[in-house]
Design a protein around this ligand. Structure first.
Ligand code: JFZ
Length: 437
């Protein structure tokens, strides 16, 4: 597709009309993959320090000094995920009910998963020599999935002017000389902006997921730089959505400067927003593959996160950290397929729903079909014959078990409705009752 740069007209509407699919899908896959997947949290036999984020091993291996850049970057000589199969990844995501896949095109270490002409620190200069972004974006197109890219625009540990972690974060000697604004501007113009252009022109991502979180990032990700980056994206592809972790807390327009709000990691807010929003979360404790991280969420816990956000009008982007071979971990595949089994019979109770005016109840959450007319009661611990009291529910026409269609008895009260689950119900996951109003 030939990208035509379009002039950004003055007063262009703040809300991006192209975000409708994003809220409609509710559920996406996040992928953290790169040369950091090779050590998988352990460096020369010693587990990394500070936290479980295996993609941070360059800074947290050999703790607290970190791994010298040249030694870390030598990992490029080993990067050869020969079992990488983009089609297999996409099929697992689609079967689980996901509508998009967002991959770390370049994480903080600065390594690019595509044949970047901007920086030689990329996948073509490894034994693998394949365009991972190209293969994944093609597989997404083949299966009708949206393709998206995470891009670390602030931290970049390869470029001499790229952002570095704040010494305070590491409670150790300030190992990193503070970058000057001139140094960072050089990185910004030489690497960040040109690589974002490459991503849009070559892979047409449905959204770009930028990553800042600490307040001190605003010293570098200034409003001027955010507007420069937003302007570039809008000119190249107005349909490409931008998230708030671009650093909008440092922008005079706040969230209105971008297209959707990204929560902090694994944060599920008690109420939603009047703009598209999402939580990205890990399946265990690490984003990239960590060989010692065995604390995997159950499929039911993951579904509860998804449903909680959907009931408040939000999305959930669930992360997988592929193995150094390029395969998805079997623990992740198991959970994706368990989620997919639930989604097969209950997906309509999440996809295409909007924030519900019936908020969380003792027994679970309520989602609402976009445009109204139908509520979905997500009963987290369903018991045969139990009575489900729904505060605030009035005008019930009929209630049925979504999976089986079984009609249910409904007792209408002034300020609630009581619905009785089938006596023969056997459910070891979340049961969904569809209520027509
Ligand atoms: C950032 C990255 O550093 C991390 O590697 C991963 O990519 C994640 C999705 O984003 O991690 C964070 C995000 C939020 C906070 C700290 C680190 N926070 O809220 O303090």
């Amino acid at each position: 597709m030939e990208i035509q740069e379009v002039p950004v007209s003055a007063g262009q509407s703040k809300a991006n009309p192209h975000a409708a699919w994003f809220t409609q899908q509710r559920f996406g896959m996040f992928v953290h993959f790169g040369i950091n997947s090779i050590p998988a949290g352990v460096w020369k036999g010693v587990p990394m320090g500070r936290n479980w984020y295996a993609e941070w091993i360059q800074m947290q291996g050999n703790w607290p000094k970190g791994i010298p850049a040249a030694e870390y970057q030598a990992l490029t000589k080993q990067f050869n995920p020969v079992k990488f199969d983009a089609d297999a990844w996409v099929r697992e995501a689609k079967n689980a009910g996901m509508g998009s896949i967002c991959i770390t095109s370049k994480h903080h270490d600065g390594f690019a998963l595509w044949p970047s002409k901007v920086s030689a620190y990329n996948v073509m200069n490894t034994p693998f020599k394949r365009d991972i972004l190209g293969e994944l974006s093609n597989a997404c197109a083949k299966h009708g999935m949206k393709f998206a890219c995470y891009y670390s625009h602030w931290l970049d540990w390869e470029h001499p002017g790229g952002g570095l972690p704040h010494p305070d974060e590491f409670k150790s000697e300030p190992r990193h000389p503070k970058r000057t604004q001139e140094q960072f501007e050089k990185y910004w113009q030489e690497k960040c902006l040109p690589q974002v252009r490459e991503l849009i022109e070559n892979y047409h991502p449905a959204f770009l997921w930028f990553d800042t979180w600490a307040a001190n990032s605003s010293e570098w990700i200034t409003e001027a730089r955010m507007d420069e980056l937003i302007g570039l994206i809008r000119r190249l592809d107005p349909t490409c959505l931008i998230n708030s972790r671009l650093g909008t807390w440092g922008h005079s327009k706040g969230y209105a400067a971008v297209d959707f709000i990204s929560m902090m990691d694994n944060h599920f807010p008690e109420k939603g927003f009047d703009q598209p929003w999402e939580t990205s979360g890990t399946m265990n404790r690490s984003w990239a593959c960590h060989q010692l991280d065995h604390e995997w969420h159950t499929a039911k816990e993951i579904l509860t996160f998804l449903i909680k956000n959907a009931s408040r009008g939000g999305n959930y982007q669930l992360n997988v950290g592929p193995l150094p071979t390029g395969e998805l971990p079997v623990q992740a595949i198991r959970r994706l397929r368990e989620i997919g089994a639930w989604w097969l019979v209950n997906g309509e109770a999440v996809r295409g729903t909007e924030a519900s005016d019936l908020q969380a109840q003792k027994w679970g959450f309520v989602t609402k079909k976009k445009g109204g007319g139908m509520y979905y009661l997500h009963v987290l611990e369903p018991r045969a014959g139990a009575e489900i009291v729904v505060r605030g529910l009035r005008g019930v026409k009929q209630a049925r078990v979504l999976e089986t269609g079984q009609a249910l008895d409904v007792l209408a009260g002034n300020e609630h409705a009581a619905i009785t689950l089938p006596a023969e119900l056997r459910e070891n996951n979340i049961a969904v009752v569809a209520v027509e109003v």
